[in-house]
Design a protein around this ligand. Structure first.
Ligand code: PBG
Length: 307
């Protein structure tokens, strides 16, 4: 009766990995329980999640190495399997809320979220590429655009380009305070998207910084973001709390791959009770102030909490 916080399956967004092909349900070793799916097998998986009450999904593409180039041109190519898949999923399940990933890394031969010129990530030259990617995704039927790239000024740039292309109703969930974290390792394994050289510290945030998150959030809100996201979640609950207190728009928290993997690994060794620790983790993220949580445990949580 007096519990202050409750996690509901309605709060959860399920990140899923999509690959080209047929009949593929390829287990990701560093993310036990998660797979790379081809569209034909992802469709029934989405249906089973919808039946469990999960309504929202973030889709990440695993792109063949030979389709990657320096300017991520496959990301807006008409033949792109990811864009085709979005169209098909929306056709079969119009009630599903689909969230995209906007960043160059899955399509970039350099493995960076922005364009690389002479070893540097060039912010302003990256924006038009992100915009082409976002408009192509909106055109395929994505409901919410998810810029995860951390370039400066991209929310305003994407908002204007989406509006000009007639996608005024497509929302933006901005990865606002995305830290240069060691907890993304299993995700990069899943997509083979690790940077080929250098690291992401010139565009992702320094884990030492809290007040910089406020500046990022002020900019994103002013530029037209519909959600502000904090990522990762668990080591950054203070940031989630701070943004929830200071901003009056929905706050999202990304319970990232490494956070999921560490519970799985400890549970495999018999050192943690997975179901209990996973639910406590999600509860703590909600209690800190997240309105919505992106988590690989979405389906597991839904199965445990069936009415
Ligand atoms: C890349 C991107 C990353 C994640 C989501 N989008 C990795 C990175 O920035 O290197 C990580 C998600 C996770 O670890 O679960 N744009």
């Amino acid at each position: 009766m007096v519990a202050e916080t409750e996690v509901s399956v309605k709060d959860l967004i399920y990140p899923m990995f999509l690959v080209d092909g047929n009949g593929i349900e390829d287990a990701i070793p560093s993310l036990p329980g998660q797979n790379r799916w081809s569209l034909d097998l992802m469709l029934p998986e989405i249906e089973s999640c919808l039946n469990l009450g999960i309504k929202s999904f973030v889709l990440f593409p695993g792109v063949e190495e030979n389709l990657k180039d320096a300017d991520a041109s496959y990301s807006y190519n008409e033949k792109n399997f990811y864009l085709k898949a979005i169209r098909e999923i929306k056709k079969q399940f119009p009630e599903a809320c689909l969230i995209s990933d906007v960043a160059m890394d899955p399509y970039s031969s350099d493995g960076h979220d922005g364009m690389v010129v002479k070893g540097e990530i060039v912010n302003d030259e990256t924006l038009p590429i992100l915009a082409k990617m976002a408009v192509a995704q909106a055109n395929a039927g994505i409901d919410i655009i998810g810029p995860s790239d951390m370039m400066d000024g991209r929310v305003e740039y994407l908002r204007e380009e989406l509006d000009d292309a007639g996608f005024e109703n497509t929302s933006i969930m901005s990865y606002t305070a995305k830290y240069a974290s060691a907890f993304y390792g299993p995700f990069r394994d899943a997509l083979e998207s690790a940077p080929k050289a250098g690291d992401k510290k010139t565009y992702q945030m320094d884990p030492a910084n809290k007040y910089e998150a406020l500046r990022e959030a002020e900019l994103d809100e002013a530029e037209g973001a519909d959600f502000l996201m904090v990522k990762p979640a668990l080591c950054y609950l203070d940031i989630v709390h701070l943004l929830k207190k200071e901003f009056n728009i929905p706050i999202a928290a990304y319970n990232v791959s490494g956070e999921y993997a560490m519970l799985k690994a400890a549970a495999e060794k018999g050192w943690l009770n997975y179901d209990a620790s996973m639910q406590e983790m999600l509860l703590s993220i909600k209690r800190a102030g997240a309105d919505v949580i992106l988590t690989y445990a979405a389906k597991e949580f839904a199965l445990l909490n069936q009415k």
